[in-house]
Design a protein around this ligand. Structure first.
Ligand SMILES: Cc1cc2nc3c(=O)[nH]c(=O)nc-3n(C[C@H](O)[C@H](O)[C@H](O)COP(=O)(O)OP(=O)(O)OC[C@H]3O[C@@H](n4cnc5c(N)ncnc54)[C@H](O)[C@@H]3O)c2cc1C
Length: 180
């Protein structure tokens, strides 16, 4: 099976919110980064839709808030619940010391797509979907010098090498229909 070699400074296993934001932050700092996500898409409900005020604040700090809010979403400044026919306010975000005092509801795949598009503005960022990291194997490298380690992963498809720490990853491409 053909193996493609890719050389990056950082390879991230998992293109969920954390992997994408980390990839974005690293690419923003000029680091060549490759994010590998095993799913081909996120068109399923594996996460919820609310984007909380604290997350919106982080988007503001990254200068991404305006673009994010341009995507279709719903705003909920207050959450209420009905107990025995009586409606009570459960959460009220009006007092928060943040820019957005509401929860923004947006489909999770929209949010993840937004993060990917924002990261792709940086030429050192790459996201590969349907690419699962299968294994990380540590090997001695550089003639066995102390501190030098080589990491490889069994599998096929794409192989990423992290040169700064003599690390390599490889990933297999599962069927696009794989589920979590
Ligand atoms: C049912 C549910 C509802 C939730 N609702 C909300 C909500 O409404 N609002 C909110 O803010 N938070 C919500 N959360 C929490 C939120 O989903 C998590 O905080 C967030 O997803 C964590 O992000 P992550 O990137 O660390 O992990 P994950 O979202 O788990 O992302 C990890 C990614 O890595 C990929 N992956 C795993 N193994 C491999 C591999 N070997 N190779 C390549 N890729 C791999 C996975 O496919 C996944 O995409 C909810 C969580 C759950 C479970």
């Amino acid at each position: 099976m053909a193996i493609e070699s890719v050389s990056v400074q950082c390879c991230i296993a998992g293109g969920g919110p954390a992997g994408r934001v980390l990839g974005l932050l690293l690419a923003r700092a000029g680091v060549r980064v490759l994010v590998l996500e095993k799913h081909a898409d996120f068109l399923r409900d594996v996460r919820g839709d609310p984007i909380h005020p604290s997350t919106l604040e982080v988007l503001h700090e990254l200068d991404l808030l305006e673009a994010f809010l341009a995507r279709p979403h719903e705003r909920t400044p207050q959450v209420a619940a009905i107990f025995g026919g009586l409606e009570l306010a459960v959460d009220d975000f009006a007092h928060l010391p943040t820019r957005c005092r509401y929860i923004a509801f947006i489909p999770q795949w929209e949010f993840l797509d937004f993060l990917a598009r924002a990261a792709e503005r940086f030429p050192t960022f790459e996201l590969r979907m349907a690419t699962a990291v299968t294994e990380i194997v540590e090997e001695a490298a550089g003639g066995g010098r102390s501190g030098a380690r080589r990491w490889t992963c069994s599998g096929s498809g794409c192989r990423a090498a992290r040169r700064t720490r003599r690390c390599r990853w490889a990933a297999s491409r599962p069927a696009a229909s794989s589920s979590c």
